[in-house]
Write a protein that binds this ligand. Structure first.
Ligand code: UD1
Ligand code: CA
Length: 460
């Protein structure tokens, strides 16, 4: 059975009170609608069709080729919205699943069981027109009611505004998720009557099927999966649920999360076994953490690769690569283009931007390296600063292998410190330093070599 997904996402989302289209509001680093697209990818066997309207260009730009887009030019209701997908799906699918771009909690398992139900019932009887999910809850406000006959068969859905008092009291509700027989759907979508509100309700398809003597089957869905997002309050509630789901998957895969309520991990983040996330950790965007790492407390890592056995404590790490066995913090900042080789140690109040620190570099306290290349086993003394910006342009600093940079050194770029050289405390280095040379002072000059008598203690 060829199964296609139609995702409705043309609504304007006025209650978000936002300049951003509702379905693009981020949830764990992904636009809301991408959660539904991912669900649809897991359920269908072809690219989902997204019905767009409000903010369509932005939606298209963000999803790219993950969906096929059809435009609903006028918002004439959910039935009209699905109809926009007919030209691309006709003849391409046997079953059509309808879901929504503002229902990010809906799980693939739930929709798959609906599709399976439809497939079984369709095989049992060609008269089966559709399968739908229903939910039961005590507060039915905002939902269409599911009306059943004396035999318990679903006969139609009544929108809240059109309910009689008895219908309004019904507690079985329509979450709006259906799996249709494609042929029947395309044949009948055009027959939906215009509602009093001036819309074509997809829900009318249920009553139409029953009137034609077709079968409608229903199966219960978990309540927390079908809450649509209409306000930023709903957005926060959904984020909380999704965060726990994501953390649960990491915990089951071998990651320790000390306090899930205080840990924020975006959907795409990968974390190796035996890593530990301490409270206050935010792992964002395209971030990857190796094994046996310890992150936190209170650290934010964005779009970065963190190797195995790294330790990141009370620090901010953005667009950075940390190879294995590195440490940073407390209170370190790695910015765009920072690359720490294996075993680099950065202590408190260090900042590194657009620089490579080779394996074994130590930078313990209060230092800034920008646009620098630092050789193996260099020691960066406290308060070292690369003066990489002359007010107009950025310049590079190159520090050779095994260099010892004394405390409070200013490296005025462009400048190069040759391998094995040393700078004295407070040196202002304005010229290149030859290898194995000691420079001191302001501006830094080679120190007068002391005579090496080997007899100093005696002559003193
Ligand atoms: C719909 C159902 C209702 C169900 C409820 C569950 C209909 C007529 N009613 O009502 O039975 O209980 O969902 O949440 O289907 N959309 C479009 N184009 C349109 C209209 C809507 O793309 O022309 C999209 C919206 O962006 C939204 C979704 O469809 O994501 C639902 O539309 P909405 O108008 O909110 O329907 P409800 O009144 O909630
Ligand atoms: Ca709604």
């Amino acid at each position: 059975m060829r199964t296609a997904n139609v995702i409705l996402a043309a609504g304007s989302g006025t209650r978000m009170k936002s300049d951003l289209p509702k379905v693009l509001h981020p949830l764990l680093g992904r636009p809301m609608v991408a959660w539904t697209v991912e669900m649809a990818e897991a359920v269908g066997d072809q690219q989902p069709v997204l019905v767009v309207g409000h903010g369509k260009e932005q939606v298209k730009a963000l999803l790219g080729d993950r969906a096929e887009f059809v435009e609903q030019k006028e918002l004439l209701g959910t039935g009209h919205a699905v109809q926009q997908a007919a030209p691309v799906l006709q003849g391409r699918a046997d079953a059509v699943v309808v879901t929504y771009g503002d229902m990010p909690l809906l799980r693939a398992e739930t929709v798959r069981s609906l599709v399976d139900l439809f497939a079984r019932e369709r095989q049992a009887s060609v008269q089966t027109a559709l399968a739908m999910l229903t939910v039961v809850r005590d507060y039915p406000q905002g939902f269409g009611r599911v009306v059943r006959d004396a035999q318990g068969e679903v006969v139609r859905i009544v929108e809240e505004a059109d309910c009689t008092p008895q219908q309004r009291a019904l507690r079985e509700l329509n979450p709006g998720i259906y799996c249709f027989d494609a042929e029947w759907l395309w044949q009948n979508l055009g027959q939906i009557p215009l509602s009093a509100k001036g819309e074509y309700y997809l829900t009318d398809m249920v009553g139409m099927a029953v009137e034609q003597g077709r079968r409608v089957v229903a199966t219960p869905a978990p309540l927390d999966e079908v809450n649509g997002i209409n306000t930023r309050v709903h957005l926060a509630e959904a984020a909380q649920i999704l965060r726990y789901r994501v953390l649960e998957a990491h915990m089951l895969a071998g990651v320790t999360v000390v306090d899930p309520a205080a840990t924020y991990v975006d959907a795409e983040v990968r974390i190796g076994r035996d890593s530990v996330l301490l409270p206050g950790v935010m792992l964002e965007g395209d971030t990857q953490i190796g094994e046996h790492a310890q992150i936190g407390p209170y650290s934010r890592i964005v779009n970065s690769r963190i190797g195995s056995r790294c330790r990141v404590q009370n620090s901010v790490v953005e667009d950075t690569i940390m190879e294995d066995d590195c440490q940073i913090g407390p209170f370190g900042h790695l910015r765009k283009g920072a690359h720490l080789g294996c075993g680099v140690h950065m202590g408190n109040f260090g900042e590194v931007k657009n620089s490579y620190l080779a394996p074994g570099v130590k930078m313990g306290h209060f230092s800034y390296l920008g646009d620098a290349q630092v050789g193996e086993n260099v020691n960066i003394g406290a308060w070292t600063i690369t003066c990489n910006y002359d007010g107009a342009r950025k310049h590079r600093t190159v520090i050779g292998e095994g260099v010892f940079i004394g405390s409070d050194t200013l490296l005025v770029a462009p400048v190069e410190v040759g391998e094995g050289a040393k700078t004295g405390a407070g040196a202002v280095v304005t010229h290149d330093v030859p290898p194995h040379t000691v420079v001191v002072g302001v501006p830094a000059r080679p120190m007068n070599p002391k005579p090496h008598t080997g007899e100093r203690s005696k002559s003193a």
